[in-house]
Design a protein around this ligand. Structure first.
Ligand code: F6R
Length: 618
């Protein structure tokens, strides 16, 4: 969740680090800090409650990291242990200020380590678990060890998943980073006469495209002209340098007031990227060369589990329904944090499909590891290149959405639905369950998606009006849907919670009578997903029940529906589309409702409170 960047090279370190933090801010934005070696025997540390404030503080103090060579580490925090305060911001230092550390993850045994350090006379200045690392490293360097040895020695004492980076004033020019488990990655950037370490390749791309992704238990020691990889015992490792295909695009909102508005508007193009090189619209076929299984292996699958968290879990719910319908294989969606801790009967005939735009979500990765241990087949849908999820899976299906800056997922979810759609058609075809004509019809339905999304986006003005006039003074909302629209209702509610901080519940509409109906009143409007389709009449029944209890209804209905305007208080129109395409279309007005309600409430939809885009702790 936190973001780390470190630099060793000939240029002043501070500006490079501050601009790297801006790129990494999506990982956490509670507070930020920087520590640079100034050749003075201590590390100059500056901390602030946000990257903008940090940039001002660094400029005011004229901190550049101008020693020779220039070395610094920096961090943007998402608080786990200890409140959002300056003392809890990173870097944390040893008592003498000679060792500084930035950390991402959780030190599970920190109480035990803290007690041990306090008993030996160490005074703590923060409430964080991370501070123990600075003192552990310091204890080892005091015993005469090098920074790299000290980092390895400290790392071996830590329980849980963590990544941390340390620097030591007595070893000018050296920075050491380590990755333990899945607490967000560490990428090493290899330059000519400089090196970087960062949580995400995006922060490295402005400087170099040559990178090495650390694996769990690996340590990288960088200097301007040298990089060395070892395991936790100090055994040298030969890690090949990889040229990333990603290129740096400075994040820009263009004409949009927020990144989220831009990302919603981009969805008609991004879904086309998610289809590129996979869908042949002429022959009506789908090919997924990323999938490494033979026909026999695909036929041997007798159970599919689609696993993820949050918005990605909602995609999984849609994917499981479609895969089961098109392949006949029993398929279920599972919250990865539950999957990892129950005794799931996984085996080599199970296909586990994970959905994680960041590729770093701790629970999703843990569930993937469980599946690997059971010998299950594994595919992953990911946006972020080279992340841990891609290393664990047998095959990676990239989403092609492009970098999403808004913390709440919009375009990455839309693309994950498109990829799951393709996967369902592909598996159905390879198992001979789906006739060529039916597959071709599904491909033809998919070909209309970009145009239909563009149409929905054009209609967005109505959502803005509804948000301002109807939703901004509400505290509660109910979202109802059936079938593949049930996960979309849950997603609509999640977006409203995240962005507008309204209490919103997403339910299968059939469940309403079993409890949620008690909440219905004029205080709690219902968003009813009621497009034409097999379950339309059932939804009409639910809407009548809400109206009979004085509830207000905003319905999403298919253009041409003559019943809905007389029944619902407000109707948001959906174009005519097929069964598996309609759910994707319903996302657009629900994203817009949440976005405009957030803006009308004076909130920042790009950075909702308490959230981070990459949830690397469980
Ligand atoms: C909500 C949202 C989160 C993520 C969840 C999983 O808008 O973005 O619920 O979907 O944290 O993240 P990934 O997809 O990176 O595994």
């Amino acid at each position: 969740m936190c973001g780390i960047i470190a630099y060793a090279g000939p240029k002043p370190a501070a500006p490079i680090l501050v601009s790297g933090l801006r790129t990494l801010e999506y990982r956490g934005y509670d507070s930020a800090g920087i520590g640079v070696q100034n050749g003075s025997g201590v590390i100059t540390v500056t901390r602030a409650l946000g990257v903008d404030q940090l940039a001002d503080a660094v400029a005011a103090q004229d901190i550049n990291g101008e020693s020779a060579p220039n070395v610094g580490i920096a961090h943007t925090r998402w608080a786990t242990h200890g409140g959002v305060t300056i003392p809890n911001a990173h870097p944390h230092t040893s008592a003498d200020g000679r060792v500084a550390v930035v950390h991402n993850g959780i030190v599970e045994n920190y109480m035990e380590l803290r007690t041990e350090l306090v008993d030996s006379g160490v005074e703590f200045t923060s409430e964080t678990d991370s501070e123990v690392i600075a003192h552990l490293v310091s204890r080892c360097v005091e015993a005469g060890e090098t920074l790299a040895t000290a980092v390895r020695c400290a790392a071996r004492r830590l329980h849980g998943a963590s990544s941390f980076v340390a620097t030591f004033a007595d070893q000018p020019g050296v920075i050491v980073g380590v990755r333990l488990g899945n607490a967000g990655g560490i990428v090493v950037g290899i330059g000519d006469g400089f090196h970087l370490l960062a949580s995400d390749v995006l922060a490295i791309l402005p400087h170099t495209d040559r990178v090495v992704y650390l694996r769990s238990g690996e340590v990288a020691s960088i200097e301007p002209s040298r990089v060395e990889f070892t395991d936790l015992l100090g055994e040298p490792l030969d890690r090949p340098v990889f040229k990333t295909g990603r290129s740096f695009e400075a994040a820009a909102k263009g004409e949009h007031p927020h990144f989220m508005a831009k990302e919603i508007a981009e969805q008609s193009e991004t879904v086309s990227s998610a289809m590129r090189r996979r869908v042949d619209f002429e022959s009506g076929t789908i090919d997924l060369p990323e999938i490494p299984y033979t026909d026999d292996e695909i036929r041997s699958i007798d159970r599919v589990i689609v696993s993820g968290m949050g918005t990605s879990l909602h995609s999984c719910m849609y994917g499981a329904q479609m895969i089961e319908a098109l392949t006949g294989i029993p398929a279920q969606a599972e919250n990865a944090s539950e999957l990892r801790y129950r005794n799931t009967a996984l085996n080599e005939r199970t296909l586990v499909i994970s959905v994680t735009q960041s590729g770093e979500t701790a629970d999703t990765l843990a569930a993937m590891e469980l599946a690997s241990a059971a010998g299950s087949k594994q595919l992953v849908l990911v946006e972020a290149e080279g992340t841990q999820a891609t290393l664990v899976a047998d095959g990676t299906l990239y989403l092609g959405a492009g970098q999403e800056i808004g913390v709440a997922s919009t375009k990455t979810m839309m693309c994950s639905l498109v990829v799951l759609y393709q996967l369902a058609v592909y598996l159905g075809t390879r198992r001979d369950r789906l006739a060529a004509q039916r597959a071709s019809d599904l491909v033809s339905d998919l070909s209309r998606l970009p145009g239909l999304i563009a149409e929905m986006i054009e209609d967005g003005g109505r959502c803005e009006k509804l948000a301002k006039e109807k939703l901004v003074d509400k505290r509660h909302l109910l979202y109802l849907g059936r079938g593949a629209l049930h996960p979309m209702a849950m997603e609509g509610a999640l977006k409203m919670k995240e962005l507008a901080y309204l209490h919103a519940e997403g339910y299968p509409a059939g469940e309403m009578k079993h409890g949620p109906i008690a909440l219905i009143s004029e205080e709690m409007p219902t968003v009813a997903l009621a497009p034409q389709g097999a379950l339309y009449d059932k939804m009409v029944g639910n809407i009548h029940e809400v109206k009979a209890r004085g509830g207000e209804v905003i319905a999403l209905a298919t253009r041409g529906d003559e019943i809905m305007p007389g029944l619902a208080d407000e109707v948001l129109w959906l174009p005519v589309a097929s069964q598996w395409i309609v759910p994707m279309l319903t996302l657009v007005p629900m994203q817009q409702l949440a976005y405009h309600t957030s803006v009308a409430l004076g909130l920042d939809p790009d950075k909702p409170r308490n959230l981070a885009k990459s949830v690397t702790v469980e």
